[in-house]
Design a protein around this ligand. Structure first.
Ligand code: FAD
Length: 295
């Protein structure tokens, strides 16, 4: 299928980008990696009159790590996060290889994935587990929005038509803890979107107490979700088999999955339980190994 007619412009600066988005308003769409927008246009599910290609805009594809946070430029490709290790953010490089296939990963961007807001997308779950925020910018204003307020509904976010998502900000884990993270994805075939996706991260102190934790869920509702009740149960406790089991059961009850051709609601909840349990057990094991090598 062919898309309907559109114009194309590739600004060289952020200011130019903001001007174009303001000028064309609802008729404009930002083009990042094109891995979701172009298929939508070909299927005539989107018909923007103007494509604003941000590929030439400088500084949008950078990653900057400071003591407080990791700032990821919106145009950072999935493949970069697959190949680059950020030691304090192991969940990122655990998630990236699960996204689609190498072709999509080489073009698709983190900002594009979040702005597209597919409830089954992988970055949403992971970045919610990491309590990330997004920087939204226009000529008028800059605003920092917590990711859990950014996702509004299926394919719908808090972005205004004249706004650009410029950065994803992931807060640093606590300095006195070891941080662990795992991403699990059930897919019908390699490269497919998730039947369910589960991101689990936890920071553990010297004596094994959980100081921070996050659990993110993909394809468990109309938006990517944080299993907040389950994660809260972990704080201040050691990872015993009983606690892990309880947390996994609570996580499986969060979200509102629909039965569809990928699986029934019960099956999806059950897989969340299995993955949370597996993730936390793995984290406990890794902490034991790390602690032995320190001692
Ligand atoms: C075959 C295939 C398989 C896939 N499998 C998976 C998968 O398993 N898991 C997964 O998570 N994803 C998957 N995807 C989606 C892929 O990750 C896309 O890269 C991603 O959803 C969109 O990123 P993009 O950079 O390509 O954005 P684009 O397609 O360029 O844009 C997507 C939307 O976001 C808007 N947008 C983009 N960037 C910005 C910005 N900086 N500010 C404001 N708005 C912006 C665009 O206007 C558009 O509405 C798959 C895609 C394909 C084609």
């Amino acid at each position: 299928m062919f898309p309907s007619a559109f114009s194309y412009v590739a600004p060289n600066t952020l200011d130019e980008t903001y001007e174009l988005l303001e000028q064309y308003g609802d008729d404009a769409k930002v083009l990042a990696g094109g891995q979701s927008l172009l298929p939508m246009m070909k299927l005539r599910l989107a018909a923007p009159g103007m494509l604003v290609d941000i590929g030439q805009v400088p500084h949008l594809a950078t990653q900057h790590e400071s003591p407080d946070a990791l700032r990821i430029g919106a145009l950072t490709r999935h493949a970069i996060l697959d190949s680059k290790q950020f030691d304090r953010y192991p969940l990122l490089s655990q998630t990236a290889p699960w996204i689609a296939d190498p072709l999509v990963r080489n073009r698709g961007t983190m900002g594009g994935s979040l702005a597209h807001a597919d409830p089954a997308a992988d970055w949403g779950a992971t970045l919610l587990a990491l309590k990330a925020s997004v920087q939204l910018a226009s000529h008028e204003r800059q605003r920092l929005v917590a990711l859990h307020d950014f996702f509004v509904d299926v394919y719908t976010t808090a972005l205004e038509p004249q706004e650009l998502l410029t950065e994803i900000i992931v807060p640093a884990p606590l300095a006195d803890s070891l941080v662990f993270g795992h991403y699990f994805k059930l897919e019908r075939k390699v490269g497919d979107f998730a039947v369910v996706g589960v991101a689990v991260t936890a920071s553990l102190t010297d004596d094994g107490t959980v100081s921070e934790a996050g659990i993110g869920l993909a394809a468990m509702g109309s938006i990517p979700l944080a299993a907040k009740k389950a994660a809260a149960l972990l704080i201040g406790h050691r990872l015993t088999p009983e606690l892990i089991k309880e947390v996994a059961q609570v996580a499986a009850q969060e979200g509102d999955p629909q039965s569809d051709r990928r699986g029934s609601e019960e099956y999806k909840r059950s897989m969340v339980r299995v993955y949370v349990q597996r993730g936390l057990a793995q984290i406990h094991q890794e902490w034991q190994v790390a602690n032995q090598s320190i001692a």
